[in-house]
Design a protein around this ligand. Sequence first.
Ligand code: MN
Length: 230
Amino acid sequence: MAFAITPAPQATVPVEGGDPYPVRRIYCVGRNYAAHAREMGHDPDREPPFFFMKPADAVTLDGSDINYPPATQDLHHEIELVVALAKGGANIPEAEALEHVFGYTVGLDMTRRDLQGDAKTKGRPWDTGKGFDNSAPMGALRTVADIGHPTDARISLKVNGESRQDGNINQMIWNVPETIAYLSGLFHLQPGDMIMTGTPEGVAAVGPGDRLEGEVAGIATLSVSYKPGS
Ligand code: MN
C-alpha cells in the first residue's frame, strides 16, 4: 500500500525463543496494589479498576540507555507485571479471559510525577505525566506455552543496586482475568494489546545516570539506564 508519508515503524517487544510481538496499545491499571494506593494518598478499598494508556511506541527495550525525559524534576519508577494479548474481544467473561493471553513480561510505568500531580490537582488528563517517549521500558516476553499464567511471583526493582520496590504479584487488587474482563467492557480489545497491571509500593524518583533493574521472578528481567548529563 502507498502512503502519503513514510509510516512510523511498528513498535515491538522481543519474545524469548520467537518472533517479535507487535504492540497495538498499552493499557495501564491505576492503583492495583493496596500499599501503593495508600502511599499515593488513596483508600485502597476495592473500587472498580481505572485505566490510562501509553502509546505503543513508548516501549523501550531491555538494555536501553535512555535520555532523561524533558519537562520533569520528578521522574518516578513503577515496576509492573505486563500482560500481552494474543486474541482480542469485547465483554470477555472472566472465566475465559486467560485464553486471550499470549504471554507476560516485566515493565516500567515511568511517570513524570510532577506533571501527573499537577494534572490531578487541575482535573486534567494524565497523558503528559504517563504517555511520554520511552515511558514504557519492557523486558522480553515469555509465552504462556513456556511459563503458564503466573499468579504468585516476587516483583522487584533496584536502582543503582539498592532495593526500591519489592512485592508479589499475588498482592494485586484486581487479578489478570478480572482486569481483562473489566477492560474488555470498556474497549474492544485486539491482538497486540498489552496491559501494565499496576505497581507495588516504593515508587520514587530517578535521575540522570541511574540504572534500573527490575524483575518478576521466574518470568523476566529488565535493565535500563538514564544517560548521565541528559
Ligand atoms: Mn503504574
